[in-house]
Every structure is written in C-alpha cells, then in structure tokens.
Design a protein around this ligand. Structure first.
Ligand code: OF5
Length: 121
C-alpha cells in the first residue's frame, strides 16, 4: 500500500481548505459529502466515469494534489455536472447540484479570490 506521507500545509492548501468549507455549507443535506455508491444510486459507476465529492476534494487538498485554483474549481464543477448527468431534471439531486454550482461560482469569482490566485507555488 502507498503510505500517504503527511504533507505540510501550504498557503494554497490553507486557502482551498477555507474555500471547501464555504462550499460544503451550500450542501446542508450532505448529498455531496461522500462518494455516491451503486447501492444508493443504481448503475452510478457505469454512468459516471469520473466521480467526485467533497471528501475526495479534501483528501486531494491534504495531499497537495491541487497545484492551482483552476484544478480545484474543475473538480467542483465535475462533482455538480456528474449529478446533473446521472439524475433526472425533476429530482432533488439534480436541483441541489444546479443550486450548488451557481452558489459555488459566485463564491469562486476571480475578484473574490484575487488574493488566492497568486498563491501559485
Ligand atoms: C438520501 O441521502 C443521501 C445521502 C448521501 C448521498 O450521496 C453521498 C445521496 C445521494 C447523492 C446523490 C448524487 C449527488 O447524485 N444521489 C443520487 C441518487 C441517490 N442518492 C444520492 C443521498
């Protein structure tokens, strides 16, 4: 097994951690907190080839897998668009993901994150 060495916190990872907290607050039902499994969503793993959820994003932050804000934003969008792909438009999950995506884009507008955009290592 790969030993996940504890990485030191960087200014970027601290900023992404703060951002993740803001985004998680926009998902009070915790629909996006953990990976979606096939037993709660039949056929999910054959329809969604690149799953993403907040816990996976947090792990990537802790392992310094994000070298730039754009990669973090891309995972957030992937998480939301996966839900819009798997779930029909009249479901709570589709509606929640659309709302989450809109709220997330407002939080991650460049002018709101100017201070983070130049934290590139
Ligand atoms: C009803 O309670 C929960 C709890 C956790 C969930 O995903 C982590 C989900 C969930 C989350 C999703 C998504 C995000 O597509 N989903 C789709 C179909 C059926 N369930 C879900 C629902």
């Amino acid at each position: 097994c790969v030993i996940k060495k504890l990485q030191e916190r960087t200014p970027l990872s601290k900023g992404l951690d703060h951002l993740l907290g803001l985004l998680e607050k926009k998902d009070p039902q915790n629909f996006f907190a953990w990976p979606v499994t096939d037993n709660i969503a039949p056929g999910y793993s054959s329809i969604i080839t690149n799953p993403m959820d907040f816990s996976t994003m947090r792990q990537k932050i802790e392992e310094n897998q994000y070298t730039h804000l754009d990669e973090f934003v891309a995972d957030f969008k992937l998480m939301c668009t996966n839900a819009m792909k798997y779930n029909h438009v009249d479901t709570v999950y589709y509606k929640a993901s659309k709302k989450l995506l809109q709220a997330g884009m407002k939080i991650m507008m460049p002018e709101k994150l100017g201070w983070m955009l130049n934290l590139v290592p």
